[in-house]
Design a protein around this ligand. Structure first.
Ligand SMILES: [Zn+2]
Length: 200
């Protein structure tokens, strides 16, 4: 079980088919291959994602706008990121308008805390959600429970997630066994998932 990401490669810029633990096979002029692979260790991520990782592995202080979810272990966060990237279940988040993968590494048990606005307003969460609507090198997740806006699309079996292309601009797609089973257009803010028709 693993998910293939058909996204532009951060190193060679060509559309590649990348999965966890594999490398970009785009040929180079000297007869080799590009060789890009997903970052795993903290220092392999870019500064933008490292900041996000820090945010989700440190307790927020004071009063803040919005929500922050965190588990105090950077190692656990990185393990969750890799796990969700490799083989999470695919969902369409209809509220936020993107595909994501989702894992619950400890079943129903809490793995993190969600703070909404301040430390006095906190909730236990059991899942890790990885939105897929960014460039490959910027993909990162956060802790969240499964809400009603999350539509199940597919288990990670023979699944390809496709970044928008020239042929399908603004449209993320999910293919399973070669068939398009879901799509979301980020400009029209509409799409479909399986037998569900979703119009936002
Ligand atoms: Zn490449």
């Amino acid at each position: 079980m693993s998910i293939v990401y058909r996204y532009p490669c951060p190193r060679c810029s060509r559309v590649t088919n990348l999965s966890d633990g594999a490398v970009c096979l785009t040929p180079t002029k000297d007869g080799g291959v590009c060789g890009y692979e997903f970052p795993v260790e903290l220092l392999e991520f870019n500064g933008y994602v490292r900041e996000k990782i820090e945010k989700h592995s440190q307790q927020p202080t004071g009063v803040f706008r919005g929500e922050i979810s965190f588990n105090t272990s950077t190692g656990f966060y990185l393990q969750n990121l890799s796990g969700a990237r490799a083989a999470g279940d695919i969902y369409l988040d209809v509220k936020n308008g993107y595909f994501c993968t989702y894992i619950t590494p400890s079943g129903n048990s809490a793995i993190a805390t969600l703070w909404s606005g301040s430390a006095t307003n906190q909730f236990a969460v059991s899942g890790y959600k990885l939105p897929l609507n960014s460039k490959l090198q910027n993909i990162h997740g956060h802790y969240e429970n499964l809400g009603p806006s999350m539509l199940f699309v597919a288990a990670p079996i023979d699944v390809v997630v496709e970044y928008p292309t020239l042929a399908n601009p603004d449209e993320f797609r999910v293919l399973q066994s070669g068939n398009v089973i879901a799509a979301w257009n980020t400009a029209a803010l509409s799409g479909f998932a399986g037998s569900h028709i979703v119009i936002k």
